[in-house]
Design a protein around this ligand. Structure first.
Ligand SMILES: *Cc1c(COP(=O)(O)O)cnc(C)c1O
Length: 234
């Protein structure tokens, strides 16, 4: 087994154990492999090990990988855009990705909806919440959620699937869990109002277990699968 296959197996075991501890089925939690900065060869190793859903933060880099695997005839992959989205890049996301996790304003959602090719299913979107109220982070406050969700639900080219957050790093499990619960409560409330809502994207390498215990349905894992990232090459 190569490193990536081995790491993936370990992450899957960790997800199953975390889910079992709180009485959830491991199938309730989707593993998104975050492949940003990693070469297509690393993604290919993950595909060989059975991984299908991948997350990318940089539009151009993501599109290159999507096209690489299309040209190689690999089907059944699911590509999630999880980075900050600028208006001038929305068309590439709408045309190439399956999901966008970082919608935080009507303007960008409208563009994604208009730019989504009619030949494709609506783009799955998550509303990003700035749950730790950090100035540097994108996302809306929970108090703004109802209004934005109602606006997004009207757009034909996108499908509102749920919420996403990147909480401020916390070393302690109890604190990670407390923040994750705030997200889970908002997610449960949204779910009762919109039948399309089924996804809470929450949890990374360092807070995955707390996120799953709190109710996350999708964890975004990079480092634990692909190893540390080297940003000097970007
Ligand atoms: C990079 C990134 C991840 C993965 O983080 P790791 O700590 O490497 O698991 C998850 N979500 C987002 C939004 C990211 O940018």
């Amino acid at each position: 087994m190569n490193d990536i296959a081995h790491n993936l197996a370990q992450v899957r075991d960790k997800i199953s154990a975390a889910a079992a501890r709180c009485g959830r089925a491991s199938e309730e939690v989707t593993l998104l492999a975050v492949s940003k900065t990693k070469p297509a060869s690393a993604v290919a190793e993950a595909i060989d090990a059975g991984q299908r859903a991948f997350g990318e933060n940089y539009v151009q880099e993501g599109v290159e990988k999507i096209q690489h695997f299309q040209q190689a005839g690999v089907s059944g992959l699911e590509w999630h855009f999880i980075g900050p989205l600028q208006s001038n890049k929305s068309r590439l996301v709408a045309e190439h990705f399956d999901w966008c996790h970082t919608v935080d304003r009507l303007r960008i959602a409208s563009r994604l909806s208009e730019q989504r090719p009619a030949t494709r299913a609506p783009l799955n979107v998550l509303i990003q919440i700035n749950i730790s109220d950090e100035q540097s982070k994108s996302g809306i406050a929970l108090s703004e959620l109802d209004e934005l969700a109602a606006q997004l639900a009207e757009l034909p080219g996108i499908c509102l699937r749920g919420l996403m957050a990147i909480p401020a790093p916390e070393a302690e499990y109890e604190r990670q869990f407390a923040v994750a619960r705030q997200m889970a409560v908002a997610f449960e409330a949204l779910k009762t109002r919109y039948s399309t809502v089924d996804t809470l994207s929450l949890g990374m390498t360092d807070d995955m277990c707390a996120a799953i215990a709190a109710g996350s349905t999708m964890v975004r894992i990079g480092t634990a699968i692909f190893g540390a990232r080297d940003y000097t090459k970007k």
